[in-house]
Design a protein around this ligand. Structure first.
Ligand SMILES: [Zn+2]
Ligand SMILES: [Zn+2]
Ligand SMILES: [Zn+2]
Length: 354
């Protein structure tokens, strides 16, 4: 992503609402994944009224809101000073996360349109309502507005000992819970997709409150890095899936960005990071020889691991912490492989371009 063009030929970006070369107003069309001139298209009313959205409304839509904003069930109290800029950052991260789902072919209906499989966002201030916290329940993603405050988020990150905590990560993670309900929940427990899940992630029906309480009181198990992408993923199989899904989207989007910019890992003068071939295989009931993505997946993961070594070194050269503070173990690669399989359920599996 991130490689778009204005009609005048100037490079513009996913968040652009103005071309700095020709002065055109721009908007993003989520259905074609293009930046278009906004003059003869309808800008989302959250963009026109509050300047918090650059997406365009489909011409035949009866709505004033774009595909992303119409999923909001609750937005923050904008009469409260400071809430507007926080909300703006939340919406920017949400659009980026939703673009991935739209590009996979997910229909993204509102919960009101589809009570069984729809999606809604409640963006609520924890200060206004101390009972709320970021999370997912039955098609509703709740996001704590204060997570958009960098100081608040950094303090939480330090307290929880997380290597990464971002707004985009929150959206990818919570959307992961939603995707689980769409992809796994409809099948009986003995279905191959459920069996593939359990063999990689464990039993998702195990006691969730007890697992979370244990995680917050005792921390992750020793050596969690060899089995999980993050410490939090070790808390419960459901959280492991959401963390894995979030990571899968992070790396496919980063690969896409690199590819658009002409950065290809096979140009790097570093040996490929070895990842065992069995990390890429899925049960034959889930894939056929024709549709299997095993080898391209494995190769992309190896190139990604190689590229992140370079990105980390660049970051350290600039005096910053590692850009990519993660290790993809064999167990994690197997989980990512299942996420890659699920990402194809709606017809358009992300290309692993790197
Ligand atoms: Zn232009
Ligand atoms: Zn919008
Ligand atoms: Zn979660």
């Amino acid at each position: 992503m991130l490689s778009y063009q204005c009609a005048c030929g100037n490079p513009v970006y996913f968040d652009s609402s103005l071309c700095l070369a020709c002065g055109s107003s721009l908007g993003f069309d989520p259905l074609t994944d293009r930046i278009l001139p906004a003059d003869n298209a309808r800008l989302c009313s959250n963009g026109a009224r509050y300047n918090v959205c650059n997406w365009l409304v489909p011409p035949d839509s009866p709505d004033d809101l774009c595909l992303a904003c119409r999923l909001n069930r609750t937005i923050p109290d904008l009469t409260r000073p400071g809430n507007l800029p926080l909300w703006s950052r939340i919406e920017a991260a949400k659009r980026r996360a939703l673009r991935s789902l739209v590009n996979m072919g997910l229909p993204l209906r509102t919960l009101a349109e589809d009570p069984d499989a729809g999606l809604a966002f409640d963006i609520v201030s924890h200060i206004a309502d101390p009972a709320i916290s970021t999370g997912y329940l039955a098609g509703v993603i709740t996001i704590n507005l204060e997570e958009a405050d960098d100081v608040h988020r950094r303090i939480s990150q330090q307290q929880l000992g997380e290597s990464s905590r971002t707004l985009l990560g929150h959206f990818h993670h919570e959307c992961g819970h939603y995707v689980w309900e769409l992809a796994f929940a409809p099948w009986p427990p003995d279905h191959p997709i459920r069996a593939a899940f359990r063999s990689r992630f464990g039993d998702e029906s195990s006691n969730y409150p007890a697992a979370l309480a244990r995680h917050y009181s005792s921390g992750p198990p020793h050596g969690w890095e060899s089995s999980f992408i993050s410490a939090y993923a070790s808390s419960h199989p459901s959280e492991d899936w959401a963390e894995t899904w979030a990571h899968y989207l992070h790396l496919t989007e980063a690969m896409e960005t690199c590819s658009h910019a002409g950065i290809h890992a096979h140009h790097l003068s570093l040996p490929l990071v070895p990842i065992p071939a069995d990390a890429a295989s899925l049960p034959p009931q889930l894939t056929s020889a024709i549709t299997s993505d095993d080898l391209p997946f494995l190769a992309a993961l190896q190139r990604w691991a190689c590229l992140t070594t370079v990105l980390n070194e660049v970051s350290l050269s600039l005096g910053e912490p590692r850009l990519y503070p993660f290790v993809i173990s064999t167990a994690v690669a197997k989980k990512l492989r299942l996420a890659h399989h699920v990402a194809g359920f709606w017809g358009r599996r992300p290309a692993l371009l790197i």
